[in-house]
Design a protein around this ligand. Structure first.
Ligand code: GDP
Ligand code: MN
Length: 368
């Protein structure tokens, strides 16, 4: 099953790979808003499952919010490579110095994961593969051995990256391999992996999940069904509701909860650029679920502002009749203000996901 770029990027980010600031939107008004929140020139990228969007006109640049509106309205509803575009990713435009290629595929005939990497990445990688295949290095992994950091660096060295980038590129290789394993991928690819003045980051993200493993990647399957910018909500069989902003963050909140012995009752991703109303909507969904005994709200503010989250939480606490233990992890944009609001109202919060997950598990034990 192919995963859309915006979800794949969220997962990459959660595993520690830098990605440009972005937001998925479904209409031109939202694109304009996202561009002004980002506050820089942006790239408007059609969210379709086929590659080669750049060459097919599925990627456009906009210097300001008005232009983002125009470009998004041109792409949304159009057909790119036989796929109708229903969503676009509005993403901070990068100052690209160079473009690398990095991919991990499951080589079924060799029965091993294969890492391919090159300093000649970008939209012409197929030409590179055909005309100058020696520019793409291949590195097979033994599926029975752990992948070690030195192997990541070895790949970076073989690629020929400058000495100053070896550690960084090496660690990105390791992180991409973590994604590959954790999500049962058959392909995890970054093309281009870009060198910018602000570091090295994934400008594109491709992830394909092994269809035979979908039964254990339930949340990803449901996330893929959510195509309308509404939040992704999956009911699970535990008793602690997990709410997060961003697919990757929500998934790792669930992992953390399970690590401390908790059982998630929901997977609820309120999305990357969520508003106060979204927090209210999400909390009301889980509070009205009798199976939910505790709520674990995991927010890392980016475009979503921590003070909006805090206000949303108070709105719900003030209006709701049901008293349900709530653990909030609140950090990021406007965190001082958000934390101050919670403190004043006597609502406890944590700043680390670990502490919050642990506390949610403890609180839930006390009730049941
Ligand atoms: P694909 O064509 O479907 O693989 O889409 P990509 O996300 O890889 O984008 C295609 C090309 O657009 C990249 O290889 C880059 O050259 C260019 N591109 C994408 N994002 C940016 C950006 O933020 N800044 C600049 N300057 N170019 C970008
Ligand atoms: Mn690409």
């Amino acid at each position: 099953m192919k995963i859309h770029e915006y979800i794949a990027k969220d997962i990459f980010k959660e595993e520690g790979i830098s990605v440009p600031q972005n937001k998925m939107v479904v209409n031109p008004e939202e694109a304009k808003m996202a561009a002004s929140e980002i506050g820089k020139p942006v790239v408007i990228k059609s969210q379709i499952l086929v590659g080669g969007r750049g060459k097919a006109g599925g990627i456009k640049f906009a210097d300001n919010p008005d232009e983002a509106y125009t470009k998004a309205s041109e792409i949304l509803g159009s057909t790119v490579k036989d796929e109708r575009v229903e969503m676009v990713l509005v993403e901070e435009k990068l100052e690209i110095i160079s473009e690398y290629y990095l991919s991990i595929v499951l080589d079924r005939s060799a029965k091993k994961p294969l890492i391919m990497a090159s300093m000649s990445g970008g939209i012409d990688i197929e030409d590179v593969a055909r005309d100058t295949p020696e520019e793409i290095i291949k590195y097979y992994l033994n599926p029975l051995n752990e992948f070690l950091p030195y192997q990541g660096r070895e790949i970076a060295i073989k690629m020929g990256v400058p000495n100053s980038q070896i550690t960084n590129v090496g660690s990105i290789v390791c992180k991409l391999f973590n994604v590959f394993e954790k999500y049962d991928a058959t392909i995890a690819e970054i093309n281009p992996l870009v060198v910018t003045t602000n570091g090295i980051m994934a400008a594109d993200a491709k992830l394909d999940i092994d269809d035979d493993a979908l039964y254990r990647q339930k949340c990803l399957v449901d996330l893929e069904k959510v195509t309308k910018g509404e939040f992704a909500y999956v009911k699970l069989d535990g008793n602690i509701a997990v709410i997060g902003n961003g697919a990757g963050l929500t998934l790792s909140g669930m992992d953390m909860l399970k690590l401390y012995g908790g059982k998630p009752a929901t997977f609820l991703d309120i999305g990357g650029g969520s508003s106060q109303e979204n927090i209210v909507k999400a909390l009301n969904i889980v509070i009205s679920d009798p199976d939910v005994k505790t709520v674990f709200l995991n927010v890392l503010g980016g475009i979503t502002r921590a003070d909006d989250v805090a206000r949303g939480v108070l709105d719900v606490l003030n209006a709701s009749k049901r008293r349900i233990p709530l653990v909030i992890r609140l950090t990021g944009t406007n965190e001082e203000e958000g934390q101050r609001i919670l403190k004043e109202a006597g609502v406890p919060y944590e700043t680390s996901m670990e502490a919050a997950a642990k506390k949610a598990v403890e609180l839930c034990k006390d009730i049941t």
